[in-house]
Each structure stands twice: as C-alpha cells, then as structure tokens.
Design a protein around this ligand. Structure first.
Ligand code: BGC
Length: 805
C-alpha cells in the first residue's frame, strides 16, 4: 500500500516554485525550499555507512581522504584526467582499499584499447525492452571490470527535450517512463556486474548550446514529473554514483546547488551513493557543503577547487571535516556495494569482445526502426544493388567525445550487404557524397542501373545539431530516388532528422549509431533475417519550424542565459499533442514486416496496480515482435497541469504468424500520481481515467476506462501497561479516497471496522493478558471495492517488545 500523499524516499524539506524577476525581466519559475533561508543551509543529510566503512574512515589520514574526492592520473591510462576521458583514485593499499578507475561513457569503454562499441542510447531506448537494457548493462559492466575499470560514467538518464540536442543520442528518449525503465535496467545490470553506474547529468543538461552558462528554469511540478523520473529510477535500481551537470537549474549551478544535491537527490530520492562533478564544473570548495562529493576536472585546463583549496577550507572551517568524512563514506559505500572492498572481488573476468559484439548486434537488431516500407523491403537475395554514401564503406559506429569508443573491427555495411546479397547479386558502391552536378548525375545513373539503391546518410553531432541532413545528402537521396523507385534510405542519425524526400523513397530504416556489429544488424533487418521491432524513443518533426519550441527562443536555445521550460509536463510527444502538431513520425512508432491487430482492451485495478489487458494478433505471414503501448488521460480530480495522454505502460512481445496473445501490462500506481507543488509531494490523481492502447503515441485504436483509486491505510502500534497487564493498541487511518473495511488482527485478539470513511482513524486496544509482550506485528487487512471488484490488501504494523529492555 502506498499513501495518496507521499514524498518519495525520505521526507523532503519541501520545494516551492517562487516567481522571481529574472534578469530578462520575465517572470520565471525557480526552485527554492518552502523556507528560502533554509535552502542555503539545509546541508548534508544524515548518512550512516556500514561498520566496515566507518572503521575504514576512522583509520584514514587526511591526505588519504582528500585523495578520494579529487582525481589523480591513472598509471594505466595516462590520458585519463588530462584529457577528461576518465579518472583514477589510488585507494589506500595499507587498508586494502583498492584503486578505482573511471571510464566513459554511454555506449562503450572510452579507453586507449579496443573495446565494444555498443549502439547509442537512443537505439537502446528504441528496443523498448528493459530486460535487454539490463542484459546490456551486465555485459557492458563485465567488459568494464575486465578492462580494470570500476566506475562507468553511464547511463545518461536526462530526457531528450529538443530534437537539436547535440548529445541526444546519449539519452534513452523523450518519455519519462521509457527512460526510467531503460535506466533502471541498465543501472542494475552494470551494478550487478560489480561496477558502479553513474546516472548523469543531474540535472536538465538537455542542450549543448551555451550549456556552461545557461539556466534551465523549470517548475517544481514539471521537474518532478519529467527529468527527475529517470534519476529516481536509477537511484532505486542501485546506482552508486551520480554526476551533476554543467548548466544551472533555476539560477544555481547544478554542482553548487544544495537544493538539487542535498535536498532532492540525497534526501528526497534517498540516494545513498556519491555525487561527482561533471568535468571542470566544480565552482568552489563550498560545493562540498552543497552535497558535491567528488571533483572532476581537466588538469591544466580548469583551476581545480577541491584539489587546491579543500585542505585550507577544512582548516578554516569553510568546509566541515564531517562533510569530507561523509563524502568519503559515500564513495566507500558505493565501492562496498559492488564488492570492491571484498578482497576476493579482485578477480576480474576475461576481456571478451565477442560477447560484447553479440550484445551490440542484438541491441541494433532490436532497436533499428523501420520508418517506411512500401513493400520494397525485406530485400531478397540476388539483384543488382548500388550502395551510396560514406557510411556504407566507413561504418558509423559510435558517437563522439565521451561517447566515442575505439572499436576498429566494425564491418562496413557494403561488405555486410554484399555477403548477405549472395552469389547471384552484384553490389556496387558510390561512397562519396556528390558535390558537383556531374557527380550527382553519375549517382543517378548508377542508381538507375540497379534493381535496388541503398543510401546511407548521417547527421553531425557534439554541439547542438541541425535536424536536417546536409543539403548534399538530401540532394543525393532525391536524385537516387528519382532514378530508382526501389530506393532505401538507411539513417545513421543519433536523434531525429527531417526527411523532405520521404514521399519519393521506398523505405527508410533508422539504424542510429549501431555499434560494432551495426553493419551485420543493418543487413539482417534489410533482408528480414530479423524482423524489425524497434520503436522511436523520440518524436521526429516534419521540420524545425514544426516543433513545440519553434519560434520560441525563450524555450530553446534560451534568452539571456535562461531557458524557459514552459512546456511544463508536456515533454516530447505530449507537447506535439498539446499544440496539435502532427509530427513526421510519432513517439513509439516503428514498422514490422508483419502486421498486428489489437482487440479486447480492458483496464482494471487490483490493489496498487492497474492492469491493462489487450489481445494482440499477428495478422501477417511471418513471426514478429510488437510493442503494445498504454497511454492514460488526465485525472478529473486534478487541477495541476496534466498531459492529454501519457505513456503509462508497455511491453514487448513476440508472436508467430497468425498467433494471438492476451497481453497483460501492469501499470504502476505511480503513473497516476502527480507532483503537488503545494504539499510538495506525490498525490494520486483519482477518478475515472481514459486509456488508449495501440502501437504508437499516435496510433491508439482502442480505448478503455477505469476508476483509479487507492487503498491507503496507515497503521501505528503501541504497547502500554494498565493494571499490571500490557495492552496492545493499533490505530489505522484510511487515507484513501474510497471507504474501506478494516480488519485488525493481533496475537491477542481481532477487531473489524466496516465502511471506514476516507480520512477516518479507527483504533482498538487489546489486553494481552500478559505483563510483558514480545516484539511482534499486528496485521491490518483492508477490503473495499474498486471498479466494482472486491479487493483485499494486508499490511503489517510491527511493534517493539514491552518493556523495552
Ligand atoms: C561529459 C561527461 C563525461 C566526462 C568525462 C564531460 O565533458 O559531459 O558526460 O562523462 O566529460 O569524460
């Protein structure tokens, strides 16, 4: 059972949205605590490490402690720190605390060794398969451990906000639920492999433009219901580390923000790990008081703050020693959680690129999104094929900077297609992007001479990106498609791109940056050896003037160093719906070589879970996978901003040709909660909700409705003496919105209360007939009707022994 009003994790020193006059003169929201004077002084929340960790801290010298919060040069990877690629902590050999090595990034090890380039996170998101994300995390983590690494600077769990975002490809997608589930999967996989996962960049580093100066200004409600959800999921899944961001949030630099670090991440979300700065973004030694545990910087580029100033700050009291001990304790606790403090854990797995490559290929096959197919796909063996674009011969494998992986063994798509096309086929290549009319004409001639033309095109990244491909690439596609009706475009784009040529081409397959075996996966999907099942994890706009942000520079890229998140909770597809903009391809969209039909939708509540059921039938002639998606409408009892429709559940299923399955999709009650900015807590949006079920955010043929309610009974127990006997008292309060029956059962007697109204407390005091009572627990069973069905839930209310000693 959960309460209708619940701050997540520990109770938060509450947040309110205050309107302040920004430098621009506009009214913008800012986060502050209910008592603004408390905001600056809230300080570090209590943190209790294990006895083992406390014992280690007690034995550490100041120098040893300082080494934990400032990075050193890695003797095995001298590029680390100096290049910003990662970091090294020397550990304390005399206390058997091992050194710890950090490496990027979101899609593979960024080390001076050959490693597996995994598909980028947008492609992982497009698998819509959290179990696969977990297996990926485990494979990735194992590879990291084998390469002597202990901390992965992954996953990035921030949302995709604008299609221009230069690091969008490092994010899972635009929807909070999808991102949360993928993040939880990857984090738990990494941690289970004995490596510390880092959720980054906390928070709202959603654009690269001006990211070091810009303030992301967002309301309290929107922050909790959108960006924060991925972090909350990562924390719950056990992430040992978090990285604060370059940008400001509501006027305060992320890594200096007591409110973000101490109050939201460590207190409200109950994060028990440690927070490192993004590289070069520690602003002052006092950031440690704000909750920052570890400084990361580039040697020689940025003046380090902890490294140069912490010792003095500890002496003059600017930073209390308790803060340093707390930071070291948190780091050691995260090490302990993955077994790094157990001597035996020193054994590392064998470095195994073959397993990594197989995992990379699996994700690429599951995450490749078939966007258009007029029947030209899947390809069949034989034929004359002409393959265009540099990406056909130099495979686009991974992203850049932190997301770059040295993975030289990738096959080219040309080679993979040639091998798959078979002996009877002729595959020719025109790799250069034509830059002259003559070259363009030659491309058209080559295309006309083939049965099939496949054009590989790519976007450019690192800074914020144009969402259109280059003019030359668009010209190439137009020319080839004019010359050959069987033109297939393979996109190697990390995020959304526009497609002015879409009507002309026969097929489009989005392969993102598909990792080391991307070419094999591309060929497998083009030829139907694997039936495409990826779904877009972000909306693709028709043009950059048709997005919810178009023409609004205050929203993106910001005015006067302020970016206004005035979309509120309407992130991603919700913004398109709110503004009635029809995108090129909607969130959740992706085709298959078979077809699916949906029927018999129902949505029913069972206790604290609402379950959607729908029958999905494979109506085509080949086996395939489908992602049924459930979207919920607004609660009639909520006045706060709500999305018209938001994703509340999904599943990925496999069906043989002709097969039907009843798919049960559990919808977590949290999906029906909203953040109440008055009480600073989650509240259930009750009442009859509309549900839409289908295959994308824009293709939702089925509807159902259900009354969403809550059994939320809290109970307290006390044991008191009276006339030489101990009496056990149990009080139960109905916090729900429906009346319920409550049965209190104890070892000493029972009591039933019928039709307990919302807000009412019932209690019973039962004579134990004993002078002393051992510790035990009373059971509180709650029965009521939701959606016409009788439901029962039981919770136990423990009590301590009486008398206590
Ligand atoms: C990036 C981080 C990365 C770090 C270390 C920073 O510039 O923003 O994502 O983990 O560098 O390379």
């Amino acid at each position: 059972m959960s309460s209708t009003t619940r701050p997540r994790g520990r109770t938060l020193n509450a947040l309110v949205v205050a309107a302040v006059l920004a430098a621009t003169g506009a009214l913008v929201p800012t986060l502050a605590t209910a008592d603004p004077s408390a905001a600056a002084t809230a300080g570090r929340p209590a943190f209790t490490p294990s006895a083992r960790v406390s014992g280690l801290i007690n034995q550490m010298t100041l120098d040893e402690k300082l080494s934990f919060v400032t990075p050193s040069k890695d003797p095995l990877n001298p590029g680390a720190v100096t290049s910003g690629s990662a970091a090294y902590l020397p550990g304390v050999p005399r206390l058997a605390i091992p050194p710890m090595r950090y490496t990027d990034g979101s899609a593979g090890l960024r080390l001076p060794i050959d490693a597996t380039a995994y598909p980028v996170s947008t492609m992982v998101g497009s698998t819509f398969d959290p179990d696969l994300a977990q297996t990926f995390g485990s494979t990735y983590g194992t590879e990291a451990r084998a390469a002597n690494q202990d901390v992965l600077l992954a996953p990035m769990v921030s949302l995709i906000r604008v299609p221009q975002g230069g690091r969008n490809y490092e994010a899972f997608g635009e929807d909070p639920l999808l991102v949360s589930r993928m993040a939880a999967g990857e984090v738990s996989g990494i941690q289970d492999a004995g490596v510390i996962a880092t959720i980054k960049h906390f928070a709202l580093n959603n654009q690269e433009t001006n990211k070091g100066n810009v303030s992301a200004n967002i309301s309290e409600q929107a922050f909790h219901e959108t960006e924060l959800e991925g972090f909350a999921a990562g924390v719950k899944a056990g992430a040992g580390a978090a990285m604060c961001a370059y940008n400001k949030v509501n006027g305060v630099y992320s890594c200096s923000s007591d409110e973000l670090l101490n109050q939201i991440l460590k207190t409200q979300l109950d994060f028990q790990g440690y927070i490192m700065s993004d590289w070069g973004v520690t602003r002052a030694v006092t950031d440690m008081n704000a909750g920052l545990d570890q400084e990361m910087y580039w040697v020689g580029i940025q003046a380090a703050k902890f490294t140069t100033g912490l010792r003095t700050a500890l002496t003059d009291g600017t930073v209390p020693m308790s803060a340093l001990n707390d930071s070291v304790g948190r780091i050691l606790t995260s090490m302990e959680a993955v077994g790094l403090l157990d001597g035996a854990a020193a054994t590392r797995p064998t470095f195994d690129l073959a397993t990594g490559a197989a995992m990379a290929q699996k994700i690429a096959e599951e995450g490749g999104v078939l966007l258009k197919n007029n029947g030209a796909l899947p390809l069949t063996a034989g034929h004359t094929i002409s393959v265009f674009g540099p990406g056909s011969v130099t495979p686009k494998v991974s992203g850049v900077l932190s997301a770059e992986v040295k993975s030289p063994n990738a096959k080219s798509p040309l080679q993979a297609i040639t091998e798959r096309a078979g002996a009877g086929a002729t595959v020719t290549s025109v790799p250069a992007i034509p830059t002259t009319p003559t070259a363009l004409q030659a491309a058209g001639t080559a295309a006309a001479a083939s049965d099939i033309a496949i054009v590989f095109v790519a976007d450019t990244i690192s800074t914020d990106r144009a969402i259109s491909l280059t003019t030359q690439q668009n010209d190439l596609i137009n020319t080839v498609a004019t010359a050959n009706p069987n033109t297939i475009v393979v996109l190697n784009a990390g995020s959304a791109v526009t497609m002015p040529w879409l009507d002309k081409v026969a097929g489009v397959l989005d392969m993102y940056y598909p990792g080391v075996n991307g070419a094999q996966a591309t060929a497998a999907l083009l030829y139907g050896d694997v039936n495409p099942s990826g779904k877009l994890s972000q909306t693709f706009p028709v043009s950059d003037t048709q997005t919810p942000f178009a023409g609004n520079t205050a929203m993106y890229p910001g005015v006067g160093n302020v970016v206004d998140y005035s979309e509120g909770v309407n992130v991603g597809y919700r913004g398109y719906q709110a503004k009635n903009i029809t995108p090129l391809f909607p969130f959740g969209y992706g085709l298959s070589y078979t077809s699916f039909s949906y029927s018999a939708p129902t949505v029913v509540q069972h206790g604290d879970t609402v379950t959607a059921k729908v029958t999905v039938t494979n109506t085509g002639t080949r086996a395939g996978k489908e992602v049924p998606q459930v979207y919920a409408g607004a609660s009639p009892t909520v006045t706060a901003q709500q999305a018209q429709r938001k994703l509340v559940g999904f599943d990925k299923i496999e069906l043989a040709a002709g097969e039907s399955k009843v798919v049960e999709i559990p919808l977590d009650m949290h999906q029906f909660e909203y953040w109440d900015s008055t009480s600073h807590s989650w509240k259930l949006g009750t009442g009859v909700r509309q549900f839409w079920i289908g295959s994308s955010s824009a293709n939702l043929p089925l509807t159902a409705s259900a009354d969403v309610s809550h059994f939320d009974v809290s109970a307290t127990t006390t044991v008191k003496p009276l006339a030489g006997k101990a009496y056990l008292s149990v009080a139960a309060t109905n916090n729900a919105t429906t009346s319920v029956d409550i049965v209190i059962t104890t070892a000493y007697g029972n009591k039933t209360f019928t039709a307990v109204e919302p807000g009412t407390t019932v209690s019973v005091s039962i004579n134990s007939k004993l002078a002393t009572v051992p510790a035990g627990s009373a059971s509180v069973a709650v029965t009521g009707k939701v959606n016409g069905a009788s439901l029962t839930e039981t919770k136990s209310a423990p009590y301590a022994a009486y008398p206590t000693s």
